[in-house]
Design a protein around this ligand. Structure first.
Ligand code: FAD
Length: 307
């Protein structure tokens, strides 16, 4: 019940200001967003990759309001890529981007987002890695898929995300499950109306498995974005049935969530990629993590109340 309330709060500017300014918030935020600058994040990248984990890096930020902010988002990724170049990690460290941070919601936003994301994708390719386009709320997806298709003409390894809770997603999965594609499937983290999305967890879980089966049976490269132990088990079974070996698909989980499972799956020989977010504009990302597990909110409130 709390999840939708927290998701609504994630869009409130007033709460954003209050929560972001409160000093007690920091330690709780750090569990999910382990740094604010690229210098703080480089040691985390080095540590994770030395343990056999792979990464997808997210510079947090979304819903920007000016083209200058969109250009700054692009530059933040370009700065990250400069640091990754020095680490020479190839696809062990890729990038995840939210097109809203690149200007997608502004006037002329589709073209603006494409023109801002293209140099990032180019720079990533130049150091031997790639970019995945995150999925945001359902109103943005046609534009995201069109940008994905456009980028893939020159950079076929560019990935995208599909959300199992949306009714449209099985069709998207069929379209995308083609040779050379990289597709992350997740349950979905936004507050969506009943006209476009399943609302109950059992329905969402069943939809996830249907979508995952399509990806596993297809010719692309599935990226299983979930912490759900049942999904992890079913993914391995679907992969086995589809004749896929570890390395023909990968698991992805968020930094700070089920951390021992990251290491366990990597030790079993799976590709395990940790989605690692950093930056100063962490409010929206942080609130979605609270919404996914109300116990996180209690932990957060307890740390506020005991200060
Ligand atoms: P759930 O059934 O929600 O959780 C299963 C178990 O995982 C829980 O019981 C709990 O033990 C643990 N868990 C899950 N979430 C949390 C949490 N926040 N804190 C602590 N424990 C938790 N969503 C999008 O809409 N667009 C995206 O582009 C996107 N990218 C993602 C990338 C990755 C790599 C991952 C892992 C998720 C991404 N998500 C994205 C979020 C996703 O949609 C879900 O909201 C999130 O993963 C929770 O769903 P779950 O599959 O882990 O299953």
């Amino acid at each position: 019940m709390l999840g939708p309330v927290i998701l609504a709060a994630s869009r409130s500017d007033r709460l954003r200001r209050v929560v972001s300014a409160a000093p007690v918030t920091k330690p709780v935020v750090n569990r999910f967003i382990p740094g604010e600058s690229v210098d703080q994040i480089v040691p985390i990248i080095v540590d994770a990759t030395s343990k056999g984990l792979e990464l997808t890096m997210d510079v947090v930020g979304e819903d920007i309001t000016t083209p200058e902010q969109a250009a700054a988002a692009r530059d933040a990724y370009l700065e990250l890529i400069e640091h990754l170049k020095a680490l020479d990690l190839g696809t062990r460290a890729e990038m995840s981007v939210k097109l809203s941070m690149f200007g997608q919601a502004l006037e002329g936003g589709h073209e603006l987002a494409l023109s801002n994301v293209r140099p990032v994708v180019e720079a990533a390719a130049a150091i031997g890695t790639t970019v995945t386009l995150d999925a945001e709320d359902h109103t943005t997806l046609d534009s995201m898929f069109a940008i994905h298709e456009e980028l893939r003409k020159d950079f076929p390894q560019t990935g995208c995300v599909i959300q199992a809770y949306l009714f449209r997603t099985e069709d998207d999965a069929r379209r995308l499950a083609a040779a050379g594609s990289r597709v992350r499937v997740v349950k979905g983290a936004y507050k969506e109306p009943a006209s476009v999305a399943y609302q109950e967890k059992p329905e969402i879980d069943k939809a996830y498995i249907r979508v995952l089966r399509i990806l596993m049976e297809g010719d692309g490269y599935p990226m299983v974005g979930s912490h759900d132990p049942r999904i992890v088990e079913i993914a391995q079974e679907l992969a086995r049935r589809a004749g896929r070996k570890p390395g023909d698909f990968e698991f992805q989980m968020l930094y700070g969530i089920r951390t021992e499972e990251h290491v366990r799956l990597a030790r079993e020989g799976h590709r395990m990629r940790v989605y690692t977010a950093y930056g100063t504009d962490w409010y929206g990302y942080f609130m979605r993590r609270l919404a996914e597990k109300p116990a996180n909110l209690l932990f957060f409130l307890r740390s506020v109340l005991t200060k």
